[in-house]
Design a protein around this ligand. Structure first.
Ligand SMILES: [Zn+2]
Length: 386
């Protein structure tokens, strides 16, 4: 959408991805009298509303992220976007606070459906996920809502949202979940701190194509234009995640697109997943941010937000400093004077926390059984199996 719709988010029944609903809906400069089914807007469920009319000849490239209505203007229509706990961030790995009480992330459950719905919402490619897919290893039970991607443009190296020590990976996948113990859907949960849990997976380029990602990327040609939707065979969603689900960074942040609600418990996996260059180029070069009806097609590229200030937040790591990290001198990250606050997901929070002893890590490592294919119930599709 070129401009940010001004319709306030409403709670109108269960969240259900309705691809294409917004194309013909009325403009939401004023709230429409009757609101149709909610649609997923970046990170949040909002009512369907059409983009504001574009000024003829005005730049549409980048739409939401760049230009006269780009991300620096988001706070004007969405105050939360100017908040102090925004995402994404640049994670300085040396300064992440190791917390042995952070357990491995454990995806459980079955989709119970032969097909998933893949959509182009004009901002990203979204795969709707059934709430039967759950996450364990968080303070409460979280149910899956959807996953989507952020990327750059062909020929450019960067496209991820989260940075690790200033490095921007070529792309990033977000798997969005909501607290199913407290809320009935993602639309409701997104208004409450800790209501959403998003898994962030950095995508790097490797020599070989990743077969599981093909389950999604090979169908992008069917959702080339904004508003288009297609059904794809369900598959094992967990196989999109990196092998080590026990290695991650954790912090409290926000949706990375308007309305930018600060309700997300972020988990950014330390390991990237590698896809081939051809797969990355499919992601970068297939979709348009415009509808099929619009006369001048605009590529959907560079749909990532610039890193936000950390402010008073602390970033935790589920692993000891120096393990799987680029170690540069031991660092005193998170030490004296570092801002602290409780992070949901850490049993101890960080108040009064001391540097983890080897024994402590040993102890908790015993519980670190939730890696792929290790006898834990897995996310699996009823359809195509890798
Ligand atoms: Zn995202």
């Amino acid at each position: 959408m070129g401009d940010s719709p001004l319709c306030p988010p409403r709670h109108l029944g269960p969240p259900k991805w309705e691809g294409g609903g917004w194309v013909t809906a009325p403009s939401c400069t004023t709230p429409p009298p009757s609101l149709g089914p909610l649609r997923w807007e970046g990170g949040g469920w909002v009512p369907p509303c059409a983009p504001h009319p574009q000024t003829p000849g005005s730049p549409q490239m980048g739409r939401r992220w760049m230009g006269p209505h780009g991300q620096q203007h988001w706070p004007e229509g969405h105050p939360a976007c100017g908040g102090r706990a925004q995402s994404p961030i640049d994670i300085r790995t040396r300064w992440a606070q190791p917390d042995p009480s952070l357990p491995p992330i454990c995806p459980v459950g079955q989709p119970g459906t032969p097909a998933f719905t893949l959509s182009n919402n004009g901002h990203t490619a979204v795969l709707a996920l059934p709430p039967s897919l759950r996450l364990q290893g968080l303070p409460r039970s979280f149910a899956a809502a959807q996953l989507h991607f952020h990327w750059g443009r062909p020929g450019h190296a960067g496209g991820a949202e989260h940075l690790l020590d200033g490095h921007r990976a070529p792309a990033e996948m977000h798997v969005v979940h909501y607290d199913v113990e407290r809320y009935t859907n993602a639309s409701e949960a997104q208004h409450h701190a800790g209501g959403l849990a998003v898994l962030g997976v950095l995508l790097e380029v490797g020599a070989d194509p990743h077969p599981t990602y093909d389950n999604i990327l090979s169908h992008l040609g069917s959702i080339r234009y904004a508003g288009q939707t297609t059904a794809i065979p369900s598959f094992s969603v967990q196989d999109l995640l990196p092998p080590r689900l026990d290695l991650y960074y954790r912090y409290n942040g926000s949706l990375t697109t308007p309305p930018c609600f600060q309700s997300v418990l972020w988990t950014l996996f330390q390991q990237p997943v590698r896809i081939s260059l051809a797969q990355l180029e499919q992601l970068q070069g297939t979709l348009y941010t415009t509808t099929a009806a619009e006369p001048e097609p605009q590529r959907l590229v560079d749909n990532f937000r610039v890193p936000q200030e950390l402010n008073q937040r602390l970033v935790l790591s589920s692993f000891p400093r120096g393990e799987s990290q680029l170690e540069a001198g031991g660092g005193g990250g998170g030490g004296e004077g570092a801002p602290r606050h409780d992070l949901a997901g850490s049993k101890k929070g960080v108040k009064g926390h001391h540097p983890a002893s080897a024994e402590e890590w040993q102890e908790t490592a015993l519980g670190r059984g939730c890696t792929k294919g290790r006898g834990v119930p897995r996310w699996q599709g009823g359809g195509k199996k890798m």
